[in-house]
Each structure stands twice: as C-alpha cells, then as structure tokens.
Design a protein around this ligand. Structure first.
Ligand SMILES: [Zn+2]
Length: 156
C-alpha cells in the first residue's frame, strides 16, 4: 500500500499536495524523489534553469544535479513548510523523503525546501501558516535574517 495520497493542497491553494494515507512513524521513507540527472554545467548554461524553478533542483555533488521538474515526479508535489514533518534524504545520486515526525493519516507532507537567503527570496512567498513562518520559503539557517529585517522595519 502506498503511504501517500494526492489531493488538493491546503498550503498551495493553486496546487496539489501529498497526504499521509495512513499513520506514519518518524523515520519512515515515504517516497522517492525522481527526476533527470543533469550536470551542474547544464544547470549553469541552460535557460530552463534560470532561477524560475529552483525548488525542483537538488545539487547531488560537485558534478551532478537532480532535476525533479517532471509531472511523473510525484514527490515534487510536496509543499514547503517552515515547520515541516518530512525532509529530503539522499545517498549517491538518489533522493527520497523521510518522515521526521510521527505523521497522522490525512496530514499533508511538508518539507523545508531549503533555499538560501539571497536577493530573490521574495519571489517565493510561503503560505504554510506554521507559527514560526517567516513569510518566505527560506531555509531554516537563513530565516533569522528575515526576522531581523521585519523587526527593523517595525521599529522605523
Ligand atoms: Zn512558512
């Protein structure tokens, strides 16, 4: 039995998400993240990877990147949350999604997309509604900088 179901997402209201089809224990592998393996050089040189869909690209190592921007990559439907219940795991050239909490049947799977903090972060607003949501899809280590920016703009 599959561990997931595809349904309309509560987070991304234009899109779909993946939901737990049964109760899942922390540490369970949920689904493989599949795609096409391309070279990092291709990423640099092709227009397709011109920063419009960076959320589907995973740098695997110095040479290769996994491009998951394909309709058959079901795991690509998993949405970002600032308080995720799952994470991307990988070994060699493979990537999959693992539960990092116990997840109840019917909950939506979420991962931290882990974007770095850069000038373009405002392109990717976050609607995850987690208590700690910083408003943008930015990886955890970088979020404090945004919180700091909010605090500063409130003061002035
Ligand atoms: Zn958020």
């Amino acid at each position: 039995m599959k561990l997931y179901k595809i349904k309309k997402s509560k987070i991304d209201n234009k899109g779909r998400g993946l939901y737990a089809a049964k109760d899942i224990k922390e540490g369970t592998k949920i689904i493989n993240y599949t795609g096409k393996i391309i070279t990092n050089k291709q990423v640099d040189e092709s227009d397709k990877y011109d920063n419009n869909k960076p959320i589907y690209l995973f740098t695997l190592n110095k040479r290769y990147t996994l491009d998951g921007d394909f309709s058959w990559n079901t795991a690509g439907l998993i949405n970002h949350s600032c308080d995720p219940n799952s994470q991307y795991d990988g070994k060699g050239l493979k990537i999959w999604i693992t539960a990092i909490k116990d997840i109840k049947k019917g909950e939506e799977f979420t991962c931290d997309y882990g974007f770095g903090f850069d000038k373009d972060y405002k392109q990717f607003p976050c609607k995850c509604r987690a208590k700690n949501c910083c408003g943008y899809i930015v990886r955890e280590e970088s979020r404090w900088r945004i919180h700091k920016k909010f605090a500063m703009s409130k003061k002035s």
